[in-house]
Unconditional design. Structure first.
Length: 722
């Protein structure tokens, strides 16, 4: 499992010459060259490249060796670099411990440059913790004082600009301007070179943020001229783009447009798709404001093309704060422009082409989003076998909601093409309704959920009723967006019936990432696993024994229960026998970070990477894993990123589909429902998995004990529904 994040990588690429991270990434060996502190060149390269996780082990070894030899200088250097590595990984407690120790050891050894660097990094660490701005300021001030006293101009410049950024964030503009003036003086005395150009770019951006337009223009123009003279096209592209931003901020749109074009051209010459993306995107935004929709769309297309090209590279190495940059924005903004154009297009064929392009644009985002969440290219690997699933199944419609800032757009895909509906309710307001629905839905003792269930039905489904009825639709495939991933749409209510009473339902993370093929006729061939006993602090699931026994009696299969439900045995069973169904009745959690998502086993926790590795052992068999069932999993209410992990479960694991729950279901109700689901798959030839689940849910809610949707609704079919 990689710990890098596409969002942070993009931000790092955008602002590698500016102020994005606010961290001194220079290894201590470089900082202390004049003080003859020995430092591993290899480790230094790892840090400089942002490969923080790879640097931890060699740095820890270097620290142990330094302590063994009682070498205070080497100990301080290793502690400093470990602090930088942990800070880059976002492990702030570990970073703080190392950096504070580094400061004390460096001061003891008289290594004031190293102490200043550690203080600068510590200041940045405090900025990442809520309510610690005073501590950040104190660390930066000490770093500035030491760096200036030591005559280390690059380090003084870095600490001054970090402190200025802190003041700008707090709207202390005059204080920030004073610090930037001091930083300018430090910069003037620094030797020419690429590093100085990068610092000049940073200073120009901060002057822009401070509202000092003249100073910003002078500084950025100076950076552009030096980059051009030094034949540094990437830096010249950055300078030109930042100048364009400055002109756009001053509403000099014509000048800004020219500079954005120049910046994009230079970025292409520098083979810098991250900058091509940025400047084409900004040009698109600017052009959209002028009303030239077609030209704006062309700019946006170029931007997302560049972003798509970045995805395989961005996943390698590097790290930072998750969600530090909104990957969604350019895709959604492009789709928004195309949808608005489609709404005003009288030509039916052109309208449908626009609708398909808008949907495909969001599909491209979903691929990037899942890649970002799982931090591997499992998503990209599937694209080679993509088919247009909404054209394959009869009596099936695809519901494709897109949450935008000012409205909800619903694309309905039928056999004769796409239709667009717009509801004037923005993403924030809709998100509040969805969260209220989820929270009330989990309260099994009240029917308070009915009001938001009806409101959401009226928003999402009521306008589509005549169209769905005319097309004789019996299955709805839903591609949920953002907060909609966190709720089971089967529990929506029209005032008389639940949605599940009307349609078989399936959830897919993306139309492009599933392989819609019917369940094999060779039999279910299940592997049944689970925990009924309490382990590792998790409570017992007493009905799991009955669940496994009942399912085993219905459909057969190998059983791994309690002490036998261990990692090694799971791997051996999947390797030895081609199971088409893998059933897991155990606690499982999906969080906003894939590396913290897991399935509980008797001897530990099975993470998503291990699950993928085990299940994909069957990839080269004639009969792949058709269905992965998790009967006791859960995601946090309101955490759409955690629900994204659940939605991508089938994609990540390599199973064609997954049956899982959005929250922990009463295990007795879950056992009854899932056993009924398997029985219907076994006894009704030709039934789809979505239909079997629908029938099982409808039957389960007839039981007075389980009629509340909290018992039956959270189980959702993900991926291939056939």
């Amino acid at each position: 499992m990689k710990t890098s994040s596409i969002t942070s990588n993009i931000l790092g690429l955008f602002f590698s010459a500016t102020f994005a991270l606010g961290v001194v990434l220079t290894p201590s060996g470089d900082l202390l060259a004049d003080e003859q502190v020995v430092h591993s060149v290899e480790t230094g390269h790892l840090l400089a490249a942002g490969r923080y996780l790879d640097a931890i082990a060699p740095l820890s070894q270097a620290l142990d060796q330094a302590r063994l030899e009682e070498d205070v200088q080497a100990e301080a250097a290793s502690l400093h670099d470990l602090g930088v590595a942990y800070l880059g990984l976002g492990e702030l407690d570990e970073a703080a411990e190392r950096l504070n120790l580094a400061i004390r050891r460096a001061e003891t050894a008289g290594l004031m440059t190293l102490a200043a660097s550690a203080l600068d990094n510590l200041g940045t660490l405090h900025t990442r913790r809520p309510g610690e701005s005073a501590e950040a300021a104190a660390s930066y001030r000490r770093a500035i004082g030491l760096a200036e006293a030591e005559g280390n101009r690059p380090l003084a410049f870095n600490a001054l600009t970090n402190m200025a950024r802190l003041d700008l964030d707090a709207a202390r503009i005059e204080d920030a301007a004073s610090l930037l003036t001091r930083a300018k003086d430090q910069l003037a005395s620094m030797a020419d070179g690429p590093g100085k150009i990068e610092d000049t770019l940073l200073l120009g951006k901060l002057w822009t943020q401070a509202g000092s337009i003249e100073a910003a223009y002078t500084t950025l123009n100076d950076a552009r001229e030096h980059a051009r003279a030094a034949e540094q096209p990437r830096q010249e592209a950055l300078a030109s783009g930042y100048l364009a931003d400055l002109y756009a901020q001053s509403e000099r749109n014509d000048d800004a447009a020219i500079l954005y074009d120049q910046a994009a051209f230079l970025a292409q010459a520098a083979d810098a798709p991250d900058l091509v993306y940025r400047w084409q995107w900004q040009a698109g935004r600017l052009t959209a404001k002028t009303g030239d929709t077609d030209r704006a769309i062309d700019y946006y297309r170029a931007a997302v093309d560049a972003l798509d090209r970045l995805r395989p590279t961005l996943i390698e190495g590097g790290t930072g704060t998750p969600n530090s940059f909104d990957l969604r924005a350019p895709y959604v903004e492009l789709a928004d422009l195309i949808l608005r154009r489609a709404a005003g297009n009288a030509d039916a064929e052109a309208k449908n082409q626009d609708l398909e392009e808008a949907r495909d644009t969001i599909e491209r985002y979903r691929s990037t989003e899942l890649t970002d969440y799982f931090q591997d290219e499992c998503v990209t690997d599937l694209l080679a076998s993509v088919e247009s699933v909404d054209k394959l199944a009869p009596n099936t419609a695809v519901l494709y909601p897109i949450l935008m800032a000012d409205r909800l757009v619903i694309l309905l895909s039928l056999a004769d093409g796409l239709q667009q509906r717009s509801i004037p309710l923005g993403a924030d307001a809709l998100g509040e309704k969805i969260l209220a629905f989820r929270q009330l839905l989990e309260k099994r003792t009240t029917n308070q959920y009915l009001r938001p269930a009806r409101e959401l039905y009226d928003l999402l489904l009521r306008p589509l009723e005549p169209t769905l009825a005319a097309a004789d639709i019996d299955t709805l495939v839903i591609v949920p967006d953002d907060a909609l991933r966190t709720v089971p749409l089967g529990a929506l209510h029209d005032g008389e019936r639940f949605l599940v009473d009307r349609y078989a339902l399936a959830t897919v993370p993306s139309l492009r990432l599933i392989e819609p093929k019917p369940l094999t006729e060779l039999g279910l061939q299940p592997l049944l696993t689970g925990l009924s006993e309490p382990v590792q602090g998790f409570p017992a699931l007493p009905h799991v024994d009955d669940e496994l026994t009942t399912i085993g009696n219905l459909i057969g299969g190998n059983v791994l229960r309690n002490q036998n439900f261990v990692t090694g045995q799971i791997q051996r069973s999947l390797s030895a026998t081609p199971h088409s169904v893998v059933h897991i009745a155990s606690h499982a959690q999906f969080t906003g970070d894939a590396k913290d998502s897991f399935i509980l086993t008797y001897d530990g926790r099975l993470d998503m990477d291990s699950l993928e590795r085990f299940i994909k052992q069957s990839r080269f068999r004639d009969q792949p894993v058709e269905l992965l069932t998790l009967s006791a999993c859960e995601t946090a209410a309101g955490d759409d990123r955690a629900a994204l992990g659940l939605a991508g479960l089938a994609v990540k694991s390599g199973a064609r589909s997954a049956l899982a729950s959005l929250w922990h279901v009463n295990d007795q109700a879950s056992s009854i429902l899932i056993a009924d689901f398997y029985e219907r798959l076994q006894s009704q030839p030709g039934i789809t998995k979505a239909e079997a689940l629908q029938q099982a849910q409808v039957e389960t809610k007839k039981d007075l004990r389980f009629r509340h949707p909290a018992y039956w609704a959270p189980l959702v079919m993900i991926g291939n529904w056939l």
